[in-house]
Design a protein. Structure first.
Length: 256
Protein backbone atom coordinates (compact mmCIF):
# COMPACT_ATOMS: atom_id res chain seq x y z
CA UNK A 1 0.00 0.00 0.00
CA UNK A 2 2.86 2.39 0.80
CA UNK A 3 4.76 1.49 -2.40
CA UNK A 4 1.90 2.31 -4.77
CA UNK A 5 2.03 6.16 -4.44
CA UNK A 6 5.83 6.03 -4.44
CA UNK A 7 5.82 4.13 -7.75
CA UNK A 8 3.44 6.72 -9.22
CA UNK A 9 5.78 9.46 -8.01
CA UNK A 10 8.83 7.85 -9.65
CA UNK A 11 6.86 7.17 -12.83
CA UNK A 12 5.83 10.86 -13.09
CA UNK A 13 9.45 12.00 -12.68
CA UNK A 14 10.56 9.41 -15.27
CA UNK A 15 8.03 10.68 -17.82
CA UNK A 16 9.13 14.29 -17.24
CA UNK A 17 12.80 13.31 -17.74
CA UNK A 18 11.94 11.43 -20.92
CA UNK A 19 10.08 14.47 -22.30
CA UNK A 20 12.95 16.84 -21.47
CA UNK A 21 15.54 14.51 -23.03
CA UNK A 22 17.44 13.74 -19.83
CA UNK A 23 18.04 10.10 -20.78
CA UNK A 24 20.67 9.17 -18.16
CA UNK A 25 18.54 10.38 -15.28
CA UNK A 26 15.54 8.66 -16.87
CA UNK A 27 17.30 5.28 -16.71
CA UNK A 28 18.36 5.90 -13.13
CA UNK A 29 14.80 6.56 -12.07
CA UNK A 30 13.60 3.57 -14.14
CA UNK A 31 16.09 1.35 -12.32
CA UNK A 32 14.97 2.85 -9.00
CA UNK A 33 11.38 2.08 -9.88
CA UNK A 34 12.29 -1.56 -10.69
CA UNK A 35 14.19 -1.91 -7.40
CA UNK A 36 11.23 -0.46 -5.54
CA UNK A 37 8.89 -3.01 -7.17
CA UNK A 38 11.26 -5.88 -6.28
CA UNK A 39 11.46 -4.67 -2.67
CA UNK A 40 7.66 -4.51 -2.55
CA UNK A 41 7.36 -8.08 -3.83
CA UNK A 42 9.91 -9.33 -1.28
CA UNK A 43 8.09 -7.55 1.56
CA UNK A 44 4.77 -9.03 0.41
CA UNK A 45 6.30 -12.52 0.28
CA UNK A 46 7.79 -12.09 3.73
CA UNK A 47 4.44 -10.97 5.15
CA UNK A 48 2.75 -13.94 3.47
CA UNK A 49 5.36 -16.33 4.87
CA UNK A 50 4.92 -14.83 8.32
CA UNK A 51 1.14 -15.26 8.11
CA UNK A 52 1.50 -18.88 6.99
CA UNK A 53 3.99 -19.58 9.77
CA UNK A 54 1.61 -17.99 12.29
CA UNK A 55 -1.28 -20.16 11.04
CA UNK A 56 0.90 -23.26 11.23
CA UNK A 57 1.93 -22.39 14.80
CA UNK A 58 -1.74 -21.92 15.79
CA UNK A 59 -2.66 -25.27 14.18
CA UNK A 60 0.20 -27.05 15.94
CA UNK A 61 -0.69 -25.49 19.30
CA UNK A 62 -4.30 -26.62 18.85
CA UNK A 63 -3.09 -30.13 18.02
CA UNK A 64 -0.84 -30.27 21.08
CA UNK A 65 -3.60 -28.88 23.32
CA UNK A 66 -5.96 -31.62 22.08
CA UNK A 67 -3.18 -34.15 22.56
CA UNK A 68 -2.81 -33.01 26.16
CA UNK A 69 -6.58 -33.42 26.69
CA UNK A 70 -6.39 -36.95 25.25
CA UNK A 71 -3.46 -37.92 27.46
CA UNK A 72 -5.28 -36.62 30.55
CA UNK A 73 -8.24 -38.82 29.61
CA UNK A 74 -5.91 -41.81 29.10
CA UNK A 75 -4.26 -41.13 32.45
CA UNK A 76 -7.62 -41.20 34.25
CA UNK A 77 -8.50 -44.46 32.46
CA UNK A 78 -5.14 -46.07 33.27
CA UNK A 79 -5.34 -45.12 36.96
CA UNK A 80 -8.87 -46.54 37.08
CA UNK A 81 -7.66 -49.79 35.48
CA UNK A 82 -4.70 -49.99 37.85
CA UNK A 83 -7.02 -49.79 40.86
CA UNK A 84 -9.27 -52.46 39.29
CA UNK A 85 -6.31 -54.78 38.68
CA UNK A 86 -5.11 -54.38 42.25
CA UNK A 87 -8.65 -55.08 43.43
CA UNK A 88 -8.78 -58.20 41.24
CA UNK A 89 -5.58 -59.53 42.81
CA UNK A 90 -6.88 -58.79 46.31
CA UNK A 91 -10.09 -60.70 45.48
CA UNK A 92 -8.02 -63.63 44.17
CA UNK A 93 -6.03 -63.71 47.42
CA UNK A 94 -9.24 -63.74 49.46
CA UNK A 95 -10.67 -66.54 47.31
CA UNK A 96 -7.51 -68.59 47.80
CA UNK A 97 -7.81 -68.14 51.56
CA UNK A 98 -11.41 -69.31 51.45
CA UNK A 99 -10.38 -72.31 49.30
CA UNK A 100 -7.62 -73.26 51.74
CA UNK A 101 -9.87 -72.83 54.77
CA UNK A 102 -12.87 -74.55 53.13
CA UNK A 103 -14.85 -71.44 54.03
CA UNK A 104 -18.20 -72.07 52.32
CA UNK A 105 -20.68 -70.45 54.69
CA UNK A 106 -20.56 -66.90 53.25
CA UNK A 107 -22.17 -67.20 49.79
CA UNK A 108 -22.70 -63.46 49.29
CA UNK A 109 -19.02 -62.78 50.01
CA UNK A 110 -17.97 -65.51 47.53
CA UNK A 111 -20.27 -64.08 44.84
CA UNK A 112 -18.76 -60.63 45.38
CA UNK A 113 -15.20 -61.95 45.24
CA UNK A 114 -15.86 -63.92 42.06
CA UNK A 115 -17.44 -60.81 40.49
CA UNK A 116 -14.26 -58.84 41.20
CA UNK A 117 -12.30 -61.39 39.14
CA UNK A 118 -14.65 -60.97 36.14
CA UNK A 119 -13.11 -57.67 34.98
CA UNK A 120 -11.51 -57.79 31.51
CA UNK A 121 -9.58 -54.50 32.10
CA UNK A 122 -10.32 -53.27 28.57
CA UNK A 123 -8.27 -50.25 27.54
CA UNK A 124 -9.14 -47.90 24.67
CA UNK A 125 -6.05 -48.09 22.47
CA UNK A 126 -7.43 -45.72 19.80
CA UNK A 127 -5.56 -42.40 19.91
CA UNK A 128 -6.55 -40.22 16.97
CA UNK A 129 -4.64 -37.10 18.02
CA UNK A 130 -1.43 -39.11 18.30
CA UNK A 131 -2.14 -40.66 14.88
CA UNK A 132 -2.51 -37.17 13.39
CA UNK A 133 0.81 -36.21 14.98
CA UNK A 134 2.54 -39.12 13.24
CA UNK A 135 0.72 -39.06 9.88
CA UNK A 136 1.18 -35.32 9.32
CA UNK A 137 4.86 -35.44 10.28
CA UNK A 138 4.25 -32.88 13.04
CA UNK A 139 6.18 -35.19 15.37
CA UNK A 140 9.33 -34.00 13.58
CA UNK A 141 8.60 -30.39 14.56
CA UNK A 142 8.89 -31.19 18.26
CA UNK A 143 12.15 -29.74 19.53
CA UNK A 144 12.08 -31.37 22.94
CA UNK A 145 13.78 -34.72 22.31
CA UNK A 146 12.48 -36.31 25.52
CA UNK A 147 8.89 -35.47 24.61
CA UNK A 148 9.40 -36.77 21.08
CA UNK A 149 10.87 -40.04 22.40
CA UNK A 150 8.03 -40.56 24.88
CA UNK A 151 5.41 -40.01 22.17
CA UNK A 152 7.15 -42.39 19.78
CA UNK A 153 7.44 -45.07 22.49
CA UNK A 154 3.81 -44.76 23.62
CA UNK A 155 2.20 -47.13 21.04
CA UNK A 156 4.76 -49.86 21.80
CA UNK A 157 4.23 -49.52 25.56
CA UNK A 158 0.47 -49.78 25.05
CA UNK A 159 0.92 -52.89 22.91
CA UNK A 160 3.00 -54.57 25.62
CA UNK A 161 0.17 -54.14 28.12
CA UNK A 162 -2.47 -55.24 25.61
CA UNK A 163 -0.54 -58.40 24.80
CA UNK A 164 -1.00 -59.69 28.36
CA UNK A 165 -4.56 -58.38 28.37
CA UNK A 166 -5.42 -60.42 25.26
CA UNK A 167 -3.98 -63.60 26.81
CA UNK A 168 -5.88 -62.82 30.02
CA UNK A 169 -9.18 -62.43 28.19
CA UNK A 170 -8.66 -65.44 25.91
CA UNK A 171 -9.35 -67.62 28.97
CA UNK A 172 -12.29 -65.53 30.17
CA UNK A 173 -15.00 -67.69 28.59
CA UNK A 174 -13.31 -70.83 29.86
CA UNK A 175 -13.14 -69.32 33.35
CA UNK A 176 -16.77 -68.20 33.36
CA UNK A 177 -17.96 -71.52 31.93
CA UNK A 178 -16.13 -73.42 34.68
CA UNK A 179 -17.65 -71.26 37.42
CA UNK A 180 -21.08 -71.60 35.81
CA UNK A 181 -20.98 -75.37 36.37
CA UNK A 182 -21.16 -74.84 40.12
CA UNK A 183 -22.47 -71.31 40.69
CA UNK A 184 -25.42 -69.37 39.20
CA UNK A 185 -23.69 -66.72 37.07
CA UNK A 186 -26.48 -64.24 37.64
CA UNK A 187 -25.64 -64.21 41.35
CA UNK A 188 -22.05 -63.34 40.43
CA UNK A 189 -22.94 -60.77 37.78
CA UNK A 190 -25.30 -58.96 40.14
CA UNK A 191 -22.25 -58.22 42.30
CA UNK A 192 -20.15 -56.88 39.43
CA UNK A 193 -19.53 -53.15 39.74
CA UNK A 194 -17.04 -51.32 37.54
CA UNK A 195 -17.28 -47.83 36.00
CA UNK A 196 -20.73 -47.48 37.49
CA UNK A 197 -22.05 -50.64 35.87
CA UNK A 198 -24.36 -52.58 38.12
CA UNK A 199 -26.64 -55.34 36.91
CA UNK A 200 -30.18 -54.89 38.24
CA UNK A 201 -31.17 -57.46 40.82
CA UNK A 202 -33.58 -60.05 39.45
CA UNK A 203 -35.81 -62.66 40.99
CA UNK A 204 -34.21 -65.05 43.48
CA UNK A 205 -31.95 -67.59 41.78
CA UNK A 206 -33.41 -71.09 41.67
CA UNK A 207 -30.22 -72.89 40.62
CA UNK A 208 -28.23 -74.76 43.23
CA UNK A 209 -24.82 -73.51 44.32
CA UNK A 210 -21.97 -75.96 44.89
CA UNK A 211 -19.05 -73.98 46.32
CA UNK A 212 -17.47 -77.14 47.69
CA UNK A 213 -17.05 -78.68 44.23
CA UNK A 214 -15.87 -75.36 42.75
CA UNK A 215 -13.24 -74.83 45.46
CA UNK A 216 -12.11 -78.47 45.13
CA UNK A 217 -11.63 -78.13 41.36
CA UNK A 218 -7.92 -77.95 40.56
CA UNK A 219 -8.59 -76.35 37.16
CA UNK A 220 -10.37 -73.46 38.88
CA UNK A 221 -7.45 -72.92 41.23
CA UNK A 222 -4.95 -73.10 38.34
CA UNK A 223 -6.88 -70.58 36.25
CA UNK A 224 -7.02 -68.23 39.24
CA UNK A 225 -3.24 -68.52 39.62
CA UNK A 226 -2.65 -67.86 35.92
CA UNK A 227 -4.95 -64.83 35.88
CA UNK A 228 -3.25 -63.45 38.96
CA UNK A 229 0.18 -63.77 37.31
CA UNK A 230 -0.99 -62.05 34.13
CA UNK A 231 -2.60 -59.28 36.20
CA UNK A 232 0.70 -58.66 38.00
CA UNK A 233 2.43 -58.31 34.62
CA UNK A 234 -0.31 -55.97 33.37
CA UNK A 235 0.11 -53.85 36.49
CA UNK A 236 3.81 -53.37 35.69
CA UNK A 237 2.96 -52.29 32.11
CA UNK A 238 0.08 -50.19 33.44
CA UNK A 239 2.44 -48.26 35.75
CA UNK A 240 4.88 -47.67 32.88
CA UNK A 241 2.06 -46.09 30.86
CA UNK A 242 0.88 -43.97 33.80
CA UNK A 243 4.37 -42.59 34.40
CA UNK A 244 4.83 -41.96 30.68
CA UNK A 245 1.45 -40.18 30.41
CA UNK A 246 2.32 -37.95 33.37
CA UNK A 247 5.68 -37.01 31.83
CA UNK A 248 4.10 -36.31 28.44
CA UNK A 249 1.40 -34.10 29.97
CA UNK A 250 3.99 -32.19 32.02
CA UNK A 251 6.21 -31.62 28.96
CA UNK A 252 3.25 -30.59 26.77
CA UNK A 253 2.20 -28.05 29.41
CA UNK A 254 5.72 -26.60 29.61
CA UNK A 255 6.29 -26.53 25.84
CA UNK A 256 2.89 -25.45 24.48
Amino acid sequence: MILKPMIKFFRKIRYNLMETGKTSKYFKYAIGEIILVVIGILIALQINNWNEARKETINQNNLFNNLKIDFNARLIELEELLDAKKDGIAATHDLNLMINNKQLDEPQKIYALLARTFNGFLFNEQFKMLDVLFYTGTINNIKNEKLKRLLVEWPQNVEEMLEEQRIYNEHYQEYVKLIGKYVPLRSVNENFNFRGYEQPKGQPVTQNTDFDSLFSNREFENILAERELLTHIMIIDNKVLINSAKEIIELLESEY
